[in-house]
Design a protein around this ligand. Structure first.
Ligand code: IPD
Length: 286
C-alpha cells in the first residue's frame, strides 16, 4: 500500500499530505494550540471527569474527512464517533484509530499536555502510529519493523528491570465511584510499597506512553484506556524496544481497556503482578 511505503516520516503531515489536505494537516496543531487558551464549551460523556469540547469534534471531523478523501475504502475508529454510538470493531480492513485530542481534561484547564494520536491497523495488526504533542511540537512516530522516532531522533526504551528503581506512569481513567477509586489508589499504593521511585499522572495517556518509549519512564499501566489512546502508542513503544501487554500478563488486547507497558518484559510482569483489576468493560462491546 502506498501509504505504508511512504517511509519513516509519515507523521501527521504525511498521513494527510495529499494537496487538498496539506492545509488541514498544518491546521490541526494550530487549531488546538489556539483553542487551548480560549473559553471552551465543555460537555461530559461517561462521567463528570470524562470531558469533550467542540474542538475534539472539529479536529476529529477534519482528520477523518481528510483521510477519507484519500483512502475512501478505509475504516475508522474514533473517540468522539464512538462516544456518539459508533461501534468500535477492528476488522481486517485497513483501519485508522483516532484520538483527536488526548488529554481533553488538560486541554479544558489549559494544562499544556495534549496530543493528537492516529494509529493504523491492517489485518488487525498495528502498522504505524503518529502522536503529536501539540504544545511542545514534538512528533512521535513508529512504523512496524522500522523503528520509532521523536522529531526524527530514534527512540529507545529504558532497560530497567528492578521495580525499586523504576519511575512508573499511570492515568486515573474516567470512573470515580468509591470502589474504583479504592482499587486505583490500592494499585498505586502497592507500587509505592514496592519502592518504585515514583508514580506520575500527567493527564495524557498517549504522551505518558511516549515518555515510556523515550526511556524517560520505565513502565506504564492503566485500566480504562481505550483503543484510540493505545493504538499509535503501542507501535511506537514496540518499535522503541518495549513491551505492551495485558494486565493479566498475556498478549495485548487493544479492545480490553487494560494495559501494562514497560521497557523490559521483567518490569511489565512485575507491574502486572502488583495490580488488581478495575473492570471497564471492552471497547468492542459498548
Ligand atoms: C483520556 C486521557 C486520560 C486517561 C483516559 C483517556 P481523552 O483520553 O488519556 O489521561 O486517563 O483514560 O481516555 O479523553 O483525553 O482523549
Amino acid at each position: 500500500m502506498k501509504l505504508v511505503a511512504a517511509g519513516q516520516t509519515f507523521l501527521l503531515e504525511h498521513c494527510l499530505s495529499c494537496p487538498p489536505s496539506l492545509q488541514a494537516a498544518h491546521l490541526l496543531p494550530r487549531i488546538i494550540r489556539k483553542a487551548l487558551s480560549e473559553e471552551k464549551r465543555v460537555s461530559t460523556k461517561t462521567s463528570a471527569a470524562d470531558l469533550v469540547t467542540e474542538t475534539d469534534h472539529l479536529v476529529e471531523d477534519l482528520i477523518i474527512s481528510e483521510l477519507q478523501k484519500r483512502f475512501p475504502s478505509h475504516r475508522f475508529i474514533a473517540e468522539e464517533a464512538a462516544a456518539a454510538g459508533a461501534k468500535c470493531v477492528l476488522t481486517p480492513s485497513p483501519t485508522w484509530i483516532v484520538d483527536p485530542i488526548d488529554g481533553t481534561c488538560n486541554f479544558v484547564h489549559r494544562f499544556p499536555t495534549v496530543a493528537v494520536s492516529i494509529g493504523f491497523a491492517v489485518n488487525q495488526e498495528l502498522e504505524f502510529g503518529v502522536i503529536y504533542h501539540c504544545t511542545e511540537e514534538r512528533l512521535y512516530t513508529g512504523r512496524r519493523g522500522q523503528g520509532a522516532f521523536c522529531n526524527g531522533q530514534r527512540l529507545q526504551v529504558s532497560r530497567e528491570t528492578d521495580l525499586s528503581k523504576a519511575l512508573v506512569l499511570t492515568e486515573i481513567g474516567p470512573k470515580r465511584d468509591p470502589a474504583t477509586l479504592k482499587l486505583f489508589l490500592g494499585n498505586m499504593e502497592r507500587l509505592l510499597h514496592a519502592k518504585a521511585h515514583g508514580v506520575r499522572v500527567i493527564g495524557s495517556s498517549t504522551l505518558a506512553l511516549c515518555h515510556l518509549a523515550s526511556g524517560a519512564a520505565d513502565a506504564y499501566y492503566q485500566f480504562g484506556l481505550h483503543c484510540w489512546d493505545l493504538a499509535a502508542a503501542t507501535v511506537i513503544i514496540r518499535e522503541a524496544g518495549g513491551i505492551v501487554m495485558d494486565t493479566s500478563g498475556g498478549p495485548l488486547d487493544l479492545m480490553s481497556c487494560r494495559v501494562v507497558a514497560a521497557g523490559t518484559r521483567e518490569m511489565a510482569t512485575l507491574i502486572a503482578r502488583a495490580l488488581q483489576t478495575i473492570n471497564y468493560g471492552r471497547d468492542d462491546e459498548k
